[in-house]
Design a binder for this molecule. Structure first.
Ligand SMILES: Nc1ncnc2c1ncn2[C@@H]1O[C@H](COP(=O)(O)OP(=O)(O)O)[C@@H](O)[C@H]1O
Ligand SMILES: [Mg+2]
Length: 473
């Protein structure tokens, strides 16, 4: 189908049009009904009052004895009245028999069977619209003729209501003309007005199309606080988020390449040195091989950690949960790290405030603790100390790892859990490590439904607080 006719604009225009048409139809119906009622009532009243005047005028002639002259007079009067009010006028005696008919052909007929005539002869006037198969709609107005307080006959006026319908049709004709004008105006205005709706939708669509086809990304600029404004805002937010994700992805790829390049460059240098130098003793080669082995280990480590993290992020790995004593786990980890700490003359103190049993994946939480306590040792001054606290509140087990180390600058704190992020890469490299440890910690804690937070001050020390929910929902 043609695009124009399925567009929102067209739908809105046709809705407006439908509403206007409906309104016009309703008004048309109302005008027609009200006018017909009103004009019929008016015509009935006119016929009754004119009939009453005629009845008064004619009453003396009907009662007097000089029948011949009177008959002429009556005939003339009825005929001229008939022409005046454009209706048939009949005079009946008090038996309901026609004495005179302005159209002549009912003279002598007995009309007492008509209900209106019976009523008039009983004293009450009436005017009403009737329908007859042969002549269609006809108004019968019937008025008693009184003389000296006695009913001596009746006047029957029969008129067609067609003049009323003609007048109503003229009025409605004007109304139809006006309606066509209103419809035309509605069409033009609604067509222009719907721009207000269709323009922003088109703009949003264009921007979204651009984003999905990877073209340059614009902000949607819609200044309204209706639903379309909200849609534009949310779309902008979504685009911003997509851009951010894309940036992280680029950063990540560049970081991975960088991390892999370092050991590979070392390997390359070692190999070149071996190739270019004259043959050496076996001992020298063994040293080179040891270096190569070390670099390969480092490469392996990086790839392993990376795979580990990717698995965690894809949530491929279900957690192997079991009720575990955090107290024992922490003791074990500290024991593992003591020899390394000892080398730097660092003491690790453990302060247990409760033995907390939590449903956790032991291997993964151990990995977290080793990473955190390991960092506290690694980024500590010689002779410093590390304090580990275990406590709990109603909802969480709380593990704090506090060191007296070099600390983390405030600007780095928001990024510290990012993959490959290191405060000072040169310094970090001299201490080894890939910058993936905290990213893994963060991911594991999140998988457990917990949180990890950091407080740190340069040259004073850092404090990591890890909360693990006691009950999992
Ligand atoms: N306890 C700490 N004190 C000071 N800096 C820390 C501490 N823990 C982590 N960091 C900083 O955060 C960075 C990221 O840590 P991590 O992800 O464990 O990577 P890695 O230890 O492999 O460098 C470290 O390089 C270091 O700069
Ligand atoms: Mg680390």
């Amino acid at each position: 189908m043609n695009k124009l006719f399925i567009s929102i604009r067209w739908k809105l225009v046709s809705t407006y049009l439908l509403l206007v048409l409906l309104t016009l139809f309703t008004i048309d119906g109302l005008i027609n009904a009200a006018l017909t009622d009103y004009m019929l009532a008016e015509k009935n009243n006119n016929l009754l009052s004119q009939g009453a005047i005629l009845a008064d005028q004619i009453a003396p002639s009907l009662s007097v004895s000089n029948k011949k002259n009177n008959k002429n007079y009556i005939e003339q009067t009825l005929k001229s009245y008939s022409i005046n009010i454009n209706a048939r006028v009949l005079l009946l005696n008090n038996k309901g028999t026609v004495i005179s008919d302005s159209y002549d052909n009912y003279n002598g007929a007995d009309l007492n069977y008509i209900k209106a005539v019976q009523n008039a002869l009983a004293g009450s006037s009436s005017a009403k619209l009737y329908f007859f198969d042969d002549v269609g709609q006809t108004i019968y107005a019937c008025i008693p003729v009184n003389q000296a307080g006695e009913i001596i006959g009746a006047l029957l006026i029969s008129a067609s209501p067609n003049d009323i319908y003609e007048r109503i049709n003229t009025i409605l004709g004007d109304f139809y003309g006006l309606s066509v004008l209103v419809i035309a105006i509605t069409l033009v205005f609604s067509f222009l007005l719907t721009d207000i709706f269709s323009k922003p939708i088109l703009e949003i669509t264009n921007v979204v199309k651009n984003v999905s086809s990877g073209k340059q990304i614009d902000e949607i600029t819609i200044y309204s606080n209706d639903e379309l404004g909200v849609l534009a805002d949310s779309t902008n937010l979504m685009i911003a988020r997509l851009t951010a994700i894309d940036d992280v992805r680029k950063q990540f790829v560049s970081n991975v390449s960088h991390e892999l390049r370092t050991p590979i460059t070392s390997l390359k240098i070692i190999a070149q040195t071996m190739l270019e130098s004259p043959p050496q003793e076996v001992g020298i080669y063994q040293e080179f091989m040891a270096d190569i082995n070390g670099e390969l280990d480092r490469l392996n480590d990086i790839i392993d950690t990376l795979l580990n993290l990717t698995n965690l992020e894809q949530e491929q790995s279900e957690l192997a949960l079991s009720a575990t004593s955090l107290d024992q786990l922490i003791e074990q980890c500290i024991k593992t790290l003591k020899p390394i700490a000892h080398k730097k003359n660092i003491n690790i103190y453990y302060h247990n405030r409760a033995d907390v049993i939590v449903e956790i994946d032991v291997i993964r939480i151990r990995q977290c603790l080793i990473n955190l306590v390991g960092n506290a040792v690694k980024y500590n001054h010689a002779g410093g100390k590390v304090d580990v606290y275990l406590s709990n509140n109603r909802e969480n087990a709380i593990i704090k790892i506090k060191d007296t180390g070099i600390g983390i600058p405030e600007k780095d704190i928001p990024h510290i859990f990012d993959r490959f992020y290191r405060v000072d890469s040169a310094r970090a490299r001299s201490t080894g490590g890939s910058g993936l440890g905290l990213a893994i910690v963060h991911q594991i804690v999140a998988l457990h439904g917990g949180t990890i937070e950091l407080q740190s001050k340069v040259n004073t020390g850092s404090e990591f607080t890890m909360c693990l929910p006691l009950r999992r929902n």
